[in-house]
Design a protein around this ligand. Structure first.
Ligand SMILES: *Cc1c(COP(=O)(O)O)cnc(C)c1O
Length: 396
C-alpha cells in the first residue's frame, strides 16, 4: 500500500510539469551514442552527446575494457579503502596526474561524485565559497553539502568576484575562502577567466577550484582549461570527468599530493561507494593514453565545431559567443525553441532545446555538440535541415 501523501504529491507535481510543457520525455537509443544514432527505428544526425572525441565507441577502448573484464571481472568488489583498489585504479590515477601536470590525482565514480567528495572534504560551516552564478548543478550541490556560506558572483565578472571576496575576507566571519567555477560553461561554451581569477585568489588567499568537465580533451592540447592558460601549478583543485571527452564514465580530482592524500582518507564517495569497474578503468587508461600521444582528435573536433558555427552563422542564425566547439543556436522564445527542435527531429537532426529555467527567459536555444566523429557530409546535411526549418518557422 502506498502513502496517500506521496501519491498526492507526485500526481500534483507531475501534472503541473506536464501542463507547463516542462516534463522531459526520454528517447532511448537503439544504437551507440555516436555521430549517427537510432531512435524508434529512425536514424538521426546526433548533435546532443558529450562524446566530443568519439571515444565512447572507439575500438581501442572497447578492446581494453574487454581485456580488463577477462583479467579482473566485471566489478571492483569493494570500496577503494577496503580492498576495491585494483592496480588499474592506481595506474589510472598516475596517468591522470601526468595528463593534468599535477603531483597526484584521485579517481571517483563520476564527475558529479567529485563535487560531492572534494568540496566538503575541505570546506565546512566556518568557511565561505565564492561561486559563479552559472556553475553546474553538481558544484552547487557539493557546495551545499559542505555547509559553507555560498556567495554567488556574476557570471565571469571578475570585478564582482574581487569585491565579494574582499568583503568576505574583511568581515572576519570565515576561516577559509574558496573560489569555484566551471572551466567551460556547457550552455554557452564560454570559458572561465582563470588568469584574472588566479590573480585575485593570490591576493586574497582564496583556495581555487576549477571543474573542467567540458574542457578536458577539448582545450589546452587536451589537458584542459587550466593548462590552456598555463596555470597548472596555480589551481588547487582541478576536477575532470571521464564521461565526456574521455568517452567512458567516472571523474577525478588532480592537484598536490597532500590534497589527494587528504581526499583518500576524508572524501565520502571514495570511502563509502564501490570503486570504478575494471572495464571502465581500463578504457579510461586507454583514452588518456590516446589524448597524451596525439592531438588529432582534438583538431578534428575543433575543425568540425568551427565548420558548424560558420555554417549556421552564414545562414543567419544567432550562435551566441561560444569560445569552444559547443554551438548554441539561439532561437529566443521558449515555445518557438521547442518547436524548432521538434522540427529538426522530424527532419532527422537530434539537437535538444534548452529553455528557461536552465537558461534565462527569452534565450531559448538549440544546443549543438559537434564531435570529432562527425563527417563533413553529416554536418552539411544538418546545416541544410537547419536552413529549411529556419525558413519554415520565419527565423531566417
Ligand atoms: C557533466 C558535468 C559534471 C558531471 O560529470 P559526470 O561524470 O557526468 O558525473 C560535473 N561538472 C560539470 C561542470 C559538468 O559539466
Amino acid at each position: 500500500m502506498s502513502s496517500r501523501v506521496l501519491s498526492e504529491f507526485l500526481t500534483t507535481n507531475l501534472e503541473d510539469l506536464k501542463s507547463k510543457g516542462l516534463y522531459n520525455v526520454i528517447d532511448p537509443l537503439e544504437s551507440p551514442n555516436g555521430p549517427l544514432i537510432k531512435i524508434a527505428g529512425k536514424e538521426f544526425i546526433n548533435l546532443s552527446s558529450n562524446n566530443y572525441l568519439g571515444l565512447a565507441t572507439d575500438r581501442r577502448l572497447k578492446e581494453a575494457a574487454k581485456a580488463a573484464i577477462e583479467e579482473f571481472g566485471v566489478g571492483a568488489g569493494a570500496v577503494r579503502t577496503i580492498n576495491g583498489t585494483l592496480k588499474l585504479h592506481l595506474q589510472l590515477e598516475e596517468k591522470l596526474a601526468a595528463f593534468k601536470h599535477t603531483e597526484a590525482a584521485i579517481a571517483y565514480q563520476s564527475g558529479f561524485n567529485c563535487n560531492m567528495a572534494a568540496i566538503s572534504a575541505v570546506m565546512d560551516k566556518e568557511d565561505a565559497i565564492l561561486s559563479d552564478e552559472l556553475n553546474h548543478a553538481s558544484i552547487i550541490d557539493g557546495c551545499r553539502l559542505s555547509r559553507a556560506k555560498i556567495i554567488p558572483f556574476k557570471h565571469l565578472d571578475m570585478s564582482d568576484l574581487q569585491r565579494k571576496a574582499q568583503e568576505a575576507k574583511q568581515s572576519g566571519n570565515y576561516n577559509k575562502l574558496m573560489v569555484i567555477t566551471d572551466g567551460v560553461f556547457s550552455m554557452d561554451g564560454d570559458i572561465a577567466k582563470l588568469p584574472d581569477m588566479v590573480e585575485i585568489a593570490e591576493k586574497l588567499d582564496l583556495i581555487t577550484y576549477v571543474d573542467d568537465a567540458h574542457g578536458s580533451g577539448v582545450l589546452g592540447n587536451g589537458a584542459g582549461t587550466v593548462k590552456h592558460f598555463g596555470l597548472s601549478d596555480k589551481i588547487d583543485f582541478q576536477i575532470g570527468t571521464l564521461s565526456k571527452a574521455l568517452g567512458v564514465v567516472g571523474g577525478y580530482v588532480a592537484g598536490r599530493k597532500e590534497l589527494i592524500d587528504w581526499l583518500k582518507v576524508r572524501s565520502r564517495p571514495f570511502l563509502f561507494s564501490t570503486a570504478l569497474t575494471p572495464a571502465d578503468t581500463a578504457a579510461c587508461l586507454t583514452a588518456v593514453d590516446i589524448l597524451m600521444n596525439s592531438t588529432e582528435l582534438q583538431e578534428r573536433l575543433w575543425a568540425n565545431g568551427n565548420y558548424l558555427k560558420q555554417g549556421l552563422k552564414a545562414l543567419g542564425f544567432n550562435i551566441g559567443s561560444s569560445q569552444t566547439p559547443i554551438t548554441p543556436c539561439i532561437i529566443g522564445e521558449e515555445k518557438q525553441t521547442q518547436k524548432f527542435s521538434q522540427r529538426l527531429y522530424e527532419e532527422g537532426v537530434y539537437a535538444k532545446a534548452i529553455v528557461f529555467p536552465t537558461v534565462p527567459k527569452g534565450t531559448g536555444r538549440v544546443r549543438n555538440m559537434p564531435t570529432a566523429a562527425h563527417t563533413r557530409e553529416m554536418l552539411d546535411q544538418a546545416l541544410s535541415v537547419y536552413a529549411k526549418v529556419g525558413r519554415e518557422l520565419g527565423i531566417l
